[in-house]
Design a protein around this ligand. Structure first.
Ligand code: GTP
Ligand code: MG
Length: 195
């Protein structure tokens, strides 16, 4: 999946703008600022491919990237708090939910969770939406480099416990850092099996 070059295709602001659903796609969802865009850059080895920033609410469109002409990688706007006008936030959050619930070609959603914070209420809600829509999802912990070794296991235990309540969740949790590259090869290998 990541053997060929990955290129930006388009940014989508309404369901009508989605490309035809004739390719398998995977998406990256998660709270604003959790590290979705950074993870796509780390996975593809292209720093500026998906725009990342320290301001929550950076990604405001559904951004499509094409890998090796055969798959789509989708960077989603975040949910939860964002530094943007309320009406805009409501618009993109509605779009995000409609996308997650109704995209036929969506093969797996990766739900990113900050390793410092674990699964929050708003993550649980998105996971429930994925359960109801029967979209298989996998949790990816981000920013591992910011968590002390001794603080990791309690958060992992919380994530495990929460995932256990979601029928659409894969039990395997991927622990990553886009900063150090930890877990990136593992995640690439998982994605490669989804061809
Ligand atoms: P939105 O598009 O606003 O929803 O955010 P996002 O989830 O796409 O997050 P983004 O990739 O823009 O990253 C947010 C901030 O976290 C940026 O300042 C990144 O540099 C930082 N960041 C992302 N991943 C990591 C990581 O693994 N380690 C560290 N230390 N910082 C990270
Ligand atoms: Mg983003």
């Amino acid at each position: 999946l990541f053997l060929g070059p990955v290129d930006f295709v388009k940014g989508v602001v309404a369901m009508s703008g989605l490309p035809p659903d004739d390719r398998t796609e995977i998406c990256f969802a998660g709270r604003s600022n959790v590290g979705k865009s950074s993870l796509i850059n780390a996975l593809t080895g292209r720093k500026g491919l998906a725009r990342a920033s320290n301001t929550p609410g950076r990604t405001q469109e559904i951004n499509y990237f094409a890998a090796a002409d055969s798959h789509y990688i989708v960077d989603l706007p975040g949910y939860g708090f964002a530094n943007a006008p309320v009406s805009k936030v409501q618009e993109w959050q509605a779009l995000l939910k409609t996308y997650l619930a109704g995209r036929a070609s969506l093969r797996r959603a990766f739900v990113l969770v900050d390793h410092r914070h674990g699964i929050k209420e708003v993550d649980d809600e998105i996971m429930t939406l994925l359960d109801r829509s029967a979209v298989p999802f996998q949790a990816v912990l981000t920013k591992q480099d910011k968590v002390k070794a001794k603080d990791r296991e309690p958060v992992l235990a919380q994530v495990r416990e929460k995932l256990g309540k979601h029928p659409a969740a894969y039990p395997e949790i991927v622990v990553t850092s886009s900063e150090t590259g930890d877990g990136i090869a593992t995640l690439r290998a998982i994605i490669a099996t989804l061809a």
